[in-house]
Design a protein around this ligand. Structure first.
Ligand code: ADP
Ligand code: TRP
Length: 320
């Protein structure tokens, strides 16, 4: 029964400090894609991938909980989606090792993430070099048909496809299915309070989950350029939460009054995100429900991936 629908697999790193740029640019699309009931979705917290850069136990625990609550708050359906932690399913790292043995160093050295780090003269850890192999395992264990990711992850999906082919060819088998990338439509870049791309590294974010006071503070700090008719940084955010037709009137009415326009934006953002914030606050009250959900996901993900892993062990000759 579970095989009747195409399988969707994607991972999210528990990196935290989610902002409305993440929401409009990526998170919301997961909800839309999985809500249609077209796919059998497996979504997991890529905690072992995050370990390359986040090496603090308390932070790992907190951020993992946060990311799961965030996705539930924005509407991911826990009854439909198999939601689990990568670290709860040991087949991921087991298969990663097997892929390491059939992949060459020069091949992985062509990965963008590695090349970028090298260009910056960064001392890069083995886990970062190997990142695409763990990601290939994440995807191939579930016979994924589609893998929704941002454009920056496209190469990783191509590596997963190459690795599936290489394995099948090396061991003369049909064990792995080749996944297709689903590149999420490029949503216009959401600007931050300083007009640059909203990003946690620029300190210019409007948090996805925050109090009204925090929201007010963030919006009031939006840099406005008084040369034009319309404060473009304010308008760019405004049109994400209200139709341009409605905004035409609002902006005509408060023409040149940036303070009033910002106050309207605060109210509109507040209204738009209030149900999501309320859900998040409710979820925060009962972390045990989140752990239960991850436990349920773990059981399902282990069962599915273990069956695939048994095929792999047979194909390579470590099992009969
Ligand atoms: P940050 O820049 O805050 O570190 P991430 O790189 O973690 O954000 O982004 C996670 C996802 O959110 C990516 O898929 C990215 O495309 C999307 N995203 C992040 N910031 C924006 C933005 N300002 N506008 C649109 N999408 C964004
Ligand atoms: N590398 C992805 C990112 O940074 C996260 C990720 C890990 C992932 N494993 C995956 C995405 C498997 C899709 C499928 O966003």
């Amino acid at each position: 029964m579970t095989n009747a629908k195409p399988v969707l697999v994607s991972g999210v790193k528990p990196t935290g400090d989610l902002h409305i740029g993440n929401y409009f640019g990526a998170m919301r699309q997961f909800v839309e894609l999985t809500k249609e009931g077209k796919y059998r979705p497996y979504i997991f917290v890529a905690d072992y991938h995050a370990l390359n850069t986040m090496q603090d136990a308390e932070e790992m625990r907190a951020r993992t909980l946060e990311v799961v609550m965030a996705y539930l708050a924005i509407g991911l359906d826990p009854n439909d989606v198999v939601f689990f932690k990568q670290s709860d399913v040991p087949t991921h790292t087991e298969l990663c090792w097997i892929f390491d043995t059939i992949t060459t160093m020069p091949y992985l050295m062509r990965a963008h993430a590695f090349k970028d780090a090298e260009a910056k003269n960064k001392e890069i850890c083995v886990g970062t070099f190997n990142y695409p192999m763990l990601m290939a395992a994440d995807i191939l264990l579930y016979d994924a048909d589609v893998v929704p990711v941002g454009a920056d992850q496209k190469q990783h999906i191509e590596i997963a496809r190459d690795t599936a082919e290489k394995f099948n060819r090396t061991f003369k088998t049909e064990t792995f299915k080749l996944p297709e990338p689903y590149i999420m439509p490029d949503v216009a870049v959401v600007p931050g309070t300083d007009g640059r791309k909203m990003s946690k590294s620029y300190n210019n974010v409007i948090p996805l989950f925050c109090s009204r006071d925090e929201l007010t503070k963030a919006v009031m700090s939006i840099v406005t350029d008084s040369s034009g008719e319309r404060p473009e940084n304010v308008y760019a955010l405004h049109k994400l939460v209200r139709s341009e037709q409605e905004l035409e009137q609002v902006y005509a009415q408060h023409n040149g009054n940036y303070k009033a326009l910002k106050e309207t934006l605060i109210q509109d953002l507040y209204n738009y995100f209030a149900p999501i914030n309320a859900k998040y606050e409710e979820l925060k009250k009962d972390p045990s429900a989140i752990y239960d959900l991850l436990e349920k996901g773990k059981i399902e993900a282990r069962a599915v991936s273990e069956a695939k892993m048994e095929e792999v062990r047979k194909a390579i000759g470590v099992a009969n």
